[in-house]
Design a protein around this ligand. Structure first.
Ligand code: FAD
Ligand code: GLY
Length: 357
């Protein structure tokens, strides 16, 4: 008799792994298929900021979702540790949006009425973060924005799913779907056919290879990291297109460039040079830091500029969770939860309509 999974998930990034965990928690029999390694895509390249307020103003349509997802992390960190013994390295020291010019002060002060956002003048800011340049004028402090290790988060979702019975297969590329009229009933990999009641596309920017209608846009980003003898910053700081994210063990990530329409995973001289130049104006003592490494990743953007999380437009039992662009780490818990709720709701609907026939 052929084996049928409740769900086949395509992609072992933070989104696929979160969905796998949330479905496994609901006792679903899950298989996750990753063409290379877990977290080898954008999820392994991210800086890990949970910048709900740094990335979105209160009038943005994604703001409520971003806040909700960010606020899930405190409990999630403990839950994932209990499930997997992996510490996702949640650091709750806020994010500072810096101002170096008068017009930046004026524009940031307008956001001071948002919840949990405080304007700090130069004196107050330098007291909290003394390594910042003396030229800084102040900062809007998002006290509830935080950060994690994106690699550890992805691994923790994966391991927690596995501990609850999910099958995780790396080096397994999905090449097409099993289609039965308007329904998808599983996937075809390079070597086998896998049957599933529900199939979820979570292949990041490469999801477009499986379904060109998703119209994925690659947005390459480059980062680099340094180590220092003593920690330079407690909180994360952001200025224009440059952020500095202090990690465990005196590591500091500096990011990131944004290069549209590029699938190339190289690191450019110009990208790194520009980031280092801005970073040094923000924290001058970085000049003494030791270079660790540089890397790049491809952010998955959609044409409409927002993630797509839901039923595929054409096929029944095919679901899509793609296009998290700059915020897949931040939005991962909520996406896993939303996708699981939708799948369970669909199952219930199918059951009810079958029972009434
Ligand atoms: P991915 O992580 O790319 O995972 C997709 C996976 O699917 C890949 O592992 C791929 O190999 C696999 N796959 C694809 N096709 C197939 C197939 N046919 N068969 C099997 N497997 C397949 N977000 C934040 O929230 N905070 C940040 O601070 C942050 N910083 C970032 C910094 C940089 C430099 C970059 C590049 C991104 C950053 N992001 C950040 C964005 C975040 O990384 C992404 O939004 C998120 O990782 C997307 O996750 P994903 O699972 O959709 O995609
Ligand atoms: N969210 C930060 C980045 O995508 O670079």
């Amino acid at each position: 008799m052929k084996h049928i999974y409740d769900a086949a998930i395509i992609g072992g990034g933070v989104i696929g792994c979160s969905i796998a965990y949330h479905l496994a928690k609901k006792n679903k029999k899950v298989i996750l298929l990753e063409k290379e390694r877990i977290a080898c895509g954008a999820s392994g390249a991210a800086a890990g900021m949970l910048g709900a307020q740094m990335e979105f103003t209160a009038d943005h349509s994604l703001y409520p979702l971003a806040i909700k997802s960010r606020d899930m992390f405190q409990m999630l960190a403990q839950e994932l540790y209990n499930e997997s013994q992996i510490d996702i390295e949640l650091i709750e020291e806020g994010i500072y949006e810096l101002a170096f010019h008068e017009e930046e002060v004026t524009s940031l002060q307008k956001r001071e009425n948002e919840e949990d956002a405080f304007w700090l003048n130069k004196h107050e800011l330098l007291k909290k973060e003394p390594a910042l340049s003396d030229r800084v004028r102040g900062a809007l402090f998002f006290q509830r924005d935080s950060q994690v290790s994106p690699q550890k988060l992805t691994e923790a979702f994966m391991m927690s799913a596995q501990n609850r019975g999910a099958e995780i297969r790396e080096q397994t590329k999905v090449v097409s779907f099993i289609k039965n009229q308007s329904e998808v009933t599983g996937v075809v990999t390079e070597s086998e056919t896998i049957h599933a009641h529900n199939t979820i596309i979570a292949g990041g920017v490469w999801s477009g290879e499986l379904d060109p209608d998703l119209e994925m846009i690659p947005m390459k980003g480059e980062c680099l990291s340094f180590t220092t003898e003593k920690p330079l910053l407690k909180g994360t700081v952001n200025y224009r297109n440059c952020y500095l994210v202090p990690k465990k063990d005196n590591r500091l990530i500096i990011g990131a460039t944004t290069i549209p329409h590029s699938f190339q995973q190289n690191v450019s001289y110009n990208g790194i040079f520009q980031l280092m130049k801005v970073a040094k104006t923000i924290v001058p003592s970085l000049i003494d830091a030791e270079f660790e490494r540089a890397w790049s990743g491809i952010r998955p953007q959609t044409k409409r500029g927002e993630p797509f999380i839901g039923n595929h437009e054409e096929y029944e039992r095919l679901f899509v969770a793609v296009g998290h662009y700059r915020n897949g780490i931040l939005l991962s818990p909520l996406t896993g939860m939303m996708m699981t709720e939708q799948i369970i709701a669909k199952e219930r609907q199918a059951y009810v309509s079958e029972a009434s026939n």
